[in-house]
Design a protein around this ligand. Sequence first.
Ligand SMILES: [Zn+2]
Ligand SMILES: [Zn+2]
Length: 134
Amino acid sequence: MSDQVLRGSCLCKAVKYEVRLPFIRFAHCYCSRCRKATGTVRSTNIAVAPDQFRWISGEELISRYDLPEARSFSTAICTRCNCPVPRPTRNREQVIVPSGSLDDVPPTGPSAHRQWGSRVSWAAIDESHLPCSE
Ligand SMILES: [Zn+2]
Ligand SMILES: [Zn+2]
């Protein structure tokens, strides 16, 4: 299981990658930067070591933004479909993979809620009371 490979891609499928288990981290983050970067209440990102990650296609289409006032916060998108895509951390020690860009299903889900104290008031862990539709 530890050498399982998961495939991922952007919305337009131009950017494709593979990531190999195990993950260093798989967590939700509720900080204000993640809210802006994702456009929603939290990010859910996976961190892996660089040797666990490889591009399949589309790397040349990626635009990266390093937030100037941050120590390490960055975003990256496919410039064709503007979809978040994986990016190495600035120190190159990890690759951050947006979990929603995975096409394969990871064997386990997120293990933590990070920056919970920074959440917006309507952020909720348990949303099972909401009606579900197909
Ligand atoms: Zn794309
Ligand atoms: Zn965050």
